[in-house]
Ligand binder design. Structure first.
Ligand code: ADP
Ligand code: ADP
Length: 224
């Protein structure tokens, strides 16, 4: 499978159970929202998926690669937009992406073309030579999304990607993420906002470290 698969993943901080046998699947081409209130375990899951933490129990496969036994391949198939922005405001959009490309060892000759392609997917080509400082919050987020696509991942992990954005910027990001899913990416988008799950095509509800509900978004539209 080219998607994301998590099996029986558990994690404890000392005595505190943050994730309790979590399993989930997101297929290629699907835009899945992971909804959970503060403390549900979203950040812990993101840390495990990005291997900032390693779980003693459970398995994670990214595009078919086992994160435990083949971490380089698994992480190479993952694009991430972290909740905290990471960008240099004094660099241009292109320079910010170029820095990331160098950090990840992308072939030098391919970098300019990949940057243009990634920015194009987010309708950001016109902003390539602007300083990040000059961009509004929505465009900064789109720059980060473009950056997450540079190495052509199969799975895209977005950790509360709309925090701090206004409604118009949120709608723009959501529309772009839908396009990316339609192009075949597997998307997992975390949020604590019930409003945002309407935009996804699949939904997981995380509560106190457990998946309470997994289904298509329409099922809970009535009570969201
Ligand atoms: P969310 O991102 O959904 O708010 P977290 O993954 O941050 O949830 O937290 C899940 C649970 O683990 C919460 O009960 C939280 O208090 C606890 N927790 C998170 N980080 C730590 C830590 N470093 N030490 C102890 N408990 C933690
Ligand atoms: P989106 O609606 O997808 O968020 P933008 O935020 O890029 O698109 O564009 C918002 C508005 O700003 C549009 O009307 C667009 O024509 C205009 N615009 C886009 N890029 C520039 C630019 N570099 N300078 C001035 N206006 C721009």
């Amino acid at each position: 499978t080219g998607g994301l698969s998590v099996r029986d993943l558990s994690f404890h901080y000392g005595q505190k159970c943050a994730l309790d046998a979590v399993s989930l699947d997101v297929a290629p081409g699907r835009f899945c929202a992971l909804l959970g209130p503060n403390g549900a375990g979203k950040s812990t899951l993101v840390s495990l998926l990005t291997r900032l933490l390693v779980a003693p129990e459970g398995d994670i496969h990214i595009a078919g690669h086992d994160l435990r036994t083949a971490p380089r391949k698994a992480l190479a198939a993952l694009g991430v937009v972290f909740q905290q922005p990471t960008l240099d405001l004094n660099l241009t959009v292109r320079q910010n992406l170029g820095y990331f490309a160098a950090l990840h060892g992308l072939p030098r000759g391919e970098v300019p073309g990949r940057i243009d392609a990634a920015l194009g997917r987010l309708d950001m080509r016109a902003r390539a030579d602007e300083k990040a400082r000059a961009l509004n919050g929505g465009h900064r987020r789109r720059m980060e999304l473009a950056r997450a696509l540079l190495h052509e991942p199969k799975v895209l992990l977005l950790d509360e990607p709309t925090v701090g954005l206004d409604a118009a910027a949120r709608a723009a990001i959501t529309a772009h993420v839908h396009d990316l899913a339609e192009q075949g990416l597997c998307v997992l988008w975390t949020t604590h906002l019930t409003d945002e799950v309407r935009d996804s095509d699949a939904l997981l509800v995380l509560h106190r470290g457990q998946i309470l509900h997994a289904g298509i978004t329409g099922e809970i539209r009535g009570d969201a």
